[in-house]
Structure formats: C-alpha cells, structure tokens
Design a protein around this ligand. Sequence first.
Ligand code: FAD
Length: 450
Amino acid sequence: MTDFDVVVAGGGPGGSTAAGLVAADGHRVLLLEQEHLPRYRIGESLLPATVHGICALLGVRDEVERAGFVRKRGGMFRWGSNPEPWTFAFAASDRMAGPTSYAYQVERTRFDTILLRNASRLGADVREGHRVLGTLRDGGRITGVRYLDDTGREREATARFVVDASGHTSRLHHDVGGAREYSPDFRNLALFGYFRGGARLPEPDAGNILCAAFDDGWFWYIPLSASLTSVGAVVRRDAAARVQGDPETAFRALIADCPMIRDFLCGVPRATEPPYDRLRVRKDYSYDRTSLRCPGMVLVGDAACFIDPVFSSGVHLATYSALLAARSINSTLAGLVPEERCFAEFEARYRREFGLFRDFLRGFYRLEADQRSYYRHAGAVTGRDDRTAFLDLVGGVSSADFDTLGEVLAEGAQLQLRGLLGADAGEEPPMFPGGLVSTSDGRRWRVPDA
Ligand code: FAD
C-alpha cells in the first residue's frame, strides 16, 4: 500500500490543476510546494482555453471572474515589415465567439493562489514550504519522492504516480530518462519590470496585450489593472550584451529604442511596492524533452517543455498538459484503460499542442512580413483557413483536422464547451485514429464507442 495515489511536485498552475483533477476523482493526492503562496511568477497573460476550459473543469471559473482581473479580448502586434500595428480579437474565431471570447491578464500572485487553494478544496493534501529533493525508484518504476518538510526534516512519500510540475528549474525531470533539448530557434533573454499606470489602448481593447518589435527583439506590455502595467523586453541572444550591466540603465535604453512602448510609458513611474518593485532577468530559451514520462512518473508544464512567450502559451500548456496527465492517472487508477495506452494519449496530445505553437513561432520570428503572411503561415501549420488558424492558435483552441471522421472540434474548443455545458457537450471524436476520448466530466479517458 502506498502512502498516496499521486504525489505532485510544485504548486504552480500545472501542479494545482493536476492535483485538483485527480483529487476530485476520489484519489489520495499529496502536493508539495517549496514556497508559501502568494509568491511571484512571470506569465501573466492567459488564453481563453485556460479560463473557460480548465478553470471551468476545476470549478474555479466564477472565483477567477470575481477576482476582478483585467479582461483580455485579444492583442495588438507591431511586428514584421508593416509599420502599422494590427489587432486580433478572439471573438472573430467561430471557436471562441460568444461567452468564451476573452481571457484575463492576471497577477500570478493571486491567480496561482486561487488555483492552489482550489486543489486543497477538491481534496488534495497541499503542503507549502515543502521542497522535493528527488524521486524514489523500484526497478524501472518511480515509486515516490524524497522531500524536506517545513521543519527541514527529510522525509519520503510513496505513490502510484509522481507528477513533476516544478517548473523550469525542475530537478526531477531527468528521472524519466531522455534529455532536455534547447531549441536553436528561440534563444532570448527577457528583462522585465512594472509601472504604475501607463497608456491604454482605446476601448474595447484596453485590456489587450501589446507586443511591439524593435531592432533587438520585442516588448510585451500587459495591463494588469488600471494602475499597474507589466513591461518586458525580450532580446535576441546576439544582442544579449544589452541586458548585461546595470539593469535599470539597460531597461531605460531598451524602452527608448521602441517608440510605441516609450510613448505609452512617457512620464509614468515604476512600481515601488513588492513584488513589483524590481527588475528581473530571465533566460527564456525554449526547450523540449525527448521523453515526457516513464512508468510511475509524468512531466507537465515548464518541467516538461517551454516555448517562447510571444503568444502567452505557457499557462495554457501547463494546465492543458496537467489535464491530460490527470485523465491518464484517473483512468489507470480506476482500471478503465491500460496505463500505457493512457499515457500514449497524454504524450500524443501534448506534443501536438506544443508542436503547433513551436512550428508557428518559427515562421513568426523569421518572417520579415506582414499580418497577411503571418495568417497564411498559421494556416499552413494548422491546415485551416488562414485567419481562423491564427486566431485559434493564439487563443489556445487550435484544430486537429486529421481525424478519420472528418473535421474534429479543437481540443481547446472542446474544453471550453465542456466547461460551459458539462455532459451536454456531447460525444467528442478521438483526436487520433484509434485514440481515446474524454469522459463527459472531462476527468478521464475512455475507449470510444465502435
Ligand atoms: P511554475 O509556474 O513555474 O510553477 C512551478 C512551481 O513549482 C513553483 O511554485 C515552484 O516554487 C515549485 N517548485 C519548484 N521546485 C520545487 C521543488 N523542488 N519542490 C517543490 N516545489 C517546487 N505564460 C503565459 O501563459 N503568459 C505569459 O504572458 C507568459 N509570459 C512569460 C514571459 C517570460 C519572460 C517567461 C520566461 C515565461 C512566460 N510565460 C508566460 C510562461 C509561464 O511563466 C510558465 O509557462 C508557467 O508559469 C508554467 O507553469 P508551471 O505550473 O509549469 O510552473
């Protein structure tokens, strides 16, 4: 008998989603988070699929709504050869039209705390100030973790499954075998900070993210409230010298080089209260793994892979992979579908979603082009009509169109529908020939009817 059915390392969006969905299915879950929440994190611009899909499945959408985060209807890009900025709206996609056509810009201190407290409410044993040190192994199977508790004592917990959701600094991910591989295409450095105010785009787009390119990279400009703006410069590796030395001087010089951002921040003071009072630097190199799982262990979120932040896909990929992992664990523990088949479905869907963003981003960075060519490139990557393809990608509801039954509804759009309608969302076709489908509550896999 193991101490737990599942141990989750890390209480960010990936860990809280996995822990919540497994605990809600009646299993014994231990979540170990090294910090005490609320704690700071970058990654503030969400996608509709997270808000209306995952948050709804977790039963936390109303609470997120009540938190009063800024509504994001889409985004504005000043990018490529066209000097004029262009805007996209999630509502222009048929997959997000209506009540699911927006996301939020969130302070991660508050958003991550909502998700973690919710995991606890759903039945997970959540322990903060507990740091996972390594895994336990029995032959070819991971059987638990070693961790330091909040008094500094080393302990062990055994489990049928370990979920590594400990983010980009994970020290466990090696234990599934394979290797982390850094992409030669996206090797950037980010320097970012916060301002007290700043200009807003005209309504109804005041809550949109703005991405503005300049000679050495691009800026994000994210309105977190009427009086707080997140601003970050993402600088190409060949210009890395620009973020070395005094960060204050470097940040000012970078802003001066990007006319749109400079004008939006003209005369606006920096935020002075923690955690927004300092500049931070992050190497945001993108990486993937040759292996995402082994018997008894699965990687989700940044512990598994990370793709450049320009399309705000990080929290979406973290929570989506956590959902796939939770479905696989719940179905295995319930004895519904063989373990290998469940985790093969996890891996195929996760790699597909990650791959869509990666392939599209390659062109987005390389093309010295205009809005129309970016849309065309999105169409080529996803196989859909160009404009819709772009909107679906940047909303996290992109399509899989290789299903034998004809066009399938995108996984993210399915998630949103399931979040809204529950069992009434109806039968979901498999994403892959011979693949599995979700149960009506979204929490398990099942073999589709013949
Ligand atoms: P995390 O959010 O990193 O959470 C991991 C948790 O594990 C942390 O709480 C950590 O304390 C805990 N932990 C770590 N080690 C241990 C241990 N040994 N034991 C116990 N606990 C541990 N994403 C977006 O969606 N939108 C954006 O606009 C966006 N902008 C970004 C900008 C930059 C510059 C970068 C670098 C990333 C950005 N991202 C964005 C990506 C986003 O930050 C991540 O993808 C997301 O936070 C991943 O969630 P996670 O749950 O996998 O990991």
